[in-house]
Design a protein around this ligand. Sequence first.
Ligand code: SAH
Length: 280
Amino acid sequence: MESKAKAVSLDGVRVVLVEPQNPINVGNVMRAMKNMGVCRLSLVNPAEMDFERTQISAHRTQDMLETMQVVGSLGEALQGVHESYGFSARARTQTWSQLELEEASRRGLGVLFSGGEIALVFGREQTGLTNDELSYCTHRVYIQTGDYASLNLSQAVLLAVHGLFRQARPGASEAGAGEGLVAVSNHAPGSLPATQDRCRRLLGQTARMLAEIGYFKSDSPNAAMHRLQNIVFRAQLHEDEINLLMGICAEVSNYAKLIARGIEPSRQCPPRVFEEYTDS
Ligand code: SAH
């Protein structure tokens, strides 16, 4: 019987290259993307701007060259994205969970199926992505290889976009019409979590609040903030939940500021709130 399921659109996919060194490699990446029907490319601080050279290897990609974004930071490249996948060949020492490509593709497709946007993030040809850049991404992904794990940049991109392309085919999801994909990503259509930049704004506000109440005892608050970031990304918060938490942070900050100025803040709280949430 012929499947009635439709292909999931790959329009919400963007490929992000961090500091690519060589325009020929960028051209090969464009070619790989074109082959798999992925059009949006962002470059973060490319070493060379002679993009006409990309056309040596990237046939029929003039349209992509025209829409290509060149930005100054990874944060800018990830504006409006719901999930980002940082690709790395290297096993990291941190307690990061890494997804295998197929799992990541299914997850990404779930986000796309629900109307969201995803970014596939790749590192420099020589040195890959830094730990900080990887921790900026909501997920880390590796592509299985033999003993020598380091793929050429455009080959890594080709495998990544091909992974999505295969999953996006009509009928690729066993549950049909994307239900299996949603089960993987937890994002039901129409109820996407907040974008990654909103999560980072919450984290920024949290960091300011924690600094104001003197939470950071050492000079390096980064470890605590990375762990908080992991919690926030894992929680897949919705916009109203982000607003609630940002509001709480703002109130705590104001409270700390009043105390610092020697002013006694007013405490008004209905006592029943405590009764409901404390064991007695
Ligand atoms: N020598 C670098 C490799 C850079 S290859 C290093 O050891 O990190 C350029 C980019 O291709 C990498 O930053 C990564 O994003 C991607 N890549 C290469 N091989 C990969 C693999 N096996 N799994 C996932 N991504 C890979």
